[in-house]
Design a binder for this molecule. Structure first.
Ligand code: S6P
Ligand code: ZN
Length: 193
């Protein structure tokens, strides 16, 4: 897997492939399968059943721009469509370790950005061309609410850091389920059963 570039990072053009979501030139690529997502979905029995095929749930392709202070790394996340116990495929979700904002740009598919500051859950619908703004101190999780891959570009300060423990401890305020009239936001519950 290609590593991040070493500073000083030169100005660069970064292309991306519509079909794969890959970046060129490429930095590291992260693949999260169902087995990497223990404790993420509310319905643990449904998650265990999904382990049999252990499908890829999402991939994060990075450009070579490193996660270092002063740099602006970019990544493209592709969440494949699917549900576990009625709950849509989603990212793990994290809080930035330092108070740093982030910008998402919807590229394809239908998704949503779930934000939580520990008290107030917020939901931003994302479609191609949508810009989602994540202020500092808001944990964020992305959800694919459609039938196609949902893909978005993220741009964030290089010294943001990723705190997954905060989400494990506080939850995300809401969970997003398939409903007859579209995505249904329900109060967050920690995994059971
Ligand atoms: C990084 C940015 C995204 C996510 C990616 C995967 O700050 O928010 O690149 O890392 O969407 O989500 P997660 O929660 O598994 O890191
Ligand atoms: Zn982030």
């Amino acid at each position: 897997m290609p590593p991040f570039a070493t500073p000083p990072v030169p100005p660069m053009h970064v292309g991306f492939d519509d079909r794969s979501g890959g970046m060129s030139p490429s930095g590291p690529v992260l693949v999260r399968r169902m087995s990497d997502l223990r404790g993420l979905y509310a319905d643990q029995a449904a998650w265990t059943a999904a382990l049999e095929s252990d499908d890829v749930v999402y991939e994060v392709a990075s450009s070579p721009v490193p996660e270092l202070e002063g740099e602006l790394p970019q990544s493209i996340t592709t969440i494949l469509p699917g549900r576990v116990g009625g709950e849509f495929h989603m990212t793990k979700g994290h809080m930035h370790t330092r108070p740093r904002g982030e910008i998402y740009l919807g590229l394809s598919g239908l998704g949503g950005l779930l934000l939580f500051d520990g008290e107030r859950p917020q939901w931003i619908e994302m479609r191609p061309g949508s810009i989602g703004y994540i202020p500092p101190h808001w944990a964020h999780r992305s959800v694919n609410v459609g039938d196609e891959p949902y893909r978005f570009l993220a741009v964030y300060p290089g010294d943001s850091g990723h705190d997954y423990g905060w989400v494990a401890e506080h939850g995300m305020g809401h969970r997003v389920f398939h409903g007859s009239g579209g995505p249904e936001l329900r109060p967050f519950t920690f995994p059971a059963g």
